[in-house]
Design a protein around this ligand. Structure first.
Ligand code: ADP
Ligand code: ADP
Length: 237
């Protein structure tokens, strides 16, 4: 369970990007976070895994108060929470499997740019995760050789190396065309329905939220503007 309680974030320049936002996400839910560009979606996601420190309010995740934790607990938190971004954030010249393997925290040494320095169990896990997102056959290509949709699936496989219980996706398909967007969303949906992975995914298009999400949360100027099912949002308009 993720509890967001009166969350406010004010950037250093005084801009209030989140204004008293509250909601709860039960385990296993697929939540689409929608809102215009600048409405605070990214700020919210980044507060949850403490890439940002919220100004006030609380975030409780599985009983852990994310807003009042030590650096060591932040490392623990980031192991349990996966995150993917609009720009994939892959090392483009490296192989797909190397990108996935280095997603596991702790492999910071340059030695780990060689696939064989990883334990076999990790390599097997990386291949299995690539297979989960339908790109097992691309494992030994350079990341730069893959299409955008495939690269985002590499990023998902990388996030899965940590066995996350919650996946934060910050506009994961915003730079992809509609068909490719579905190829990415389909696999997020699969991880949600088959593994029960809780997903909080910001999206530009309500149409994608309708197809994949159990619930839609809309932000407007940093405030919660709507919280309900995709069907309810149609009635609200
Ligand atoms: P979204 O993800 O919905 O596009 P963001 O959370 O990225 O929205 O941004 C919310 C608002 O906060 C925007 O108006 C943005 O310009 C502003 N903002 C984002 N980052 C910073 C920053 N580092 N300093 C000041 N303002 C910021
Ligand atoms: P890198 O340059 O990224 O370190 P290498 O070419 O050195 O990768 O390959 C490291 C290991 O990865 C190989 O010894 C082999 O075990 C495995 N490997 C590489 N390419 C393939 C492939 N096409 N199919 C199966 N295993 C491969």
């Amino acid at each position: 369970m993720l509890i967001i309680e009166n969350l406010t974030h004010v950037y250093e320049n005084g801009f209030k990007a989140l204004d008293n936002v509250s909601f709860e996400v039960p385990d296993g839910q697929f939540v689409a976070l929608i809102g215009l560009s600048g409405s605070g979606k990214s700020t919210l996601l980044r507060c949850i895994n403490r890439l940002l420190e919220p100004t006030s309010g609380r975030i409780i995740w599985n009983g852990l108060d994310v807003t009042a934790i030590s650096d060591e607990e932040i490392r623990y938190l980031r192991r349990r929470i996966g995150m993917i971004f609009q720009q994939f954030n892959l090392v483009k010249r490296s192989k797909v499997i190397t990108n996935v393997l280095t997603g596991r925290l702790g492999y910071t040494s340059p030695l780990y740019s060689f696939i064989n320095y990883f334990p076999k169990s990790e390599r097997d896990k990386a291949l299995a995760n690539l297979q989960r997102v339908g790109i097992g056959s691309q494992a030994y290509k350079r990341a730069s050789e893959l299409s955008g949709g495939q690269q985002q699936r590499v990023a998902i496989a990388r996030a899965l190396m940590q066995d996350p219980e919650l996946m934060l996706a910050d506009e994961p398909v915003a730079s992809l065309d509609p068909a490719t967007s579905h190829s990415v969303m389909k696999y997020l949906d699969l991880l949600n329905t088959e593994d029960g992975l809780t997903i909080l995914c910001s999206l530009h298009f309500l149409s994608l939220a309708r197809t994949y999400a159990d619930r839609v949360i809309a932000l407007k100027d940093g405030q919660l503007a709507f919280d309900g099912t995709p069907e309810e949002i149609d009635n609200a308009r």
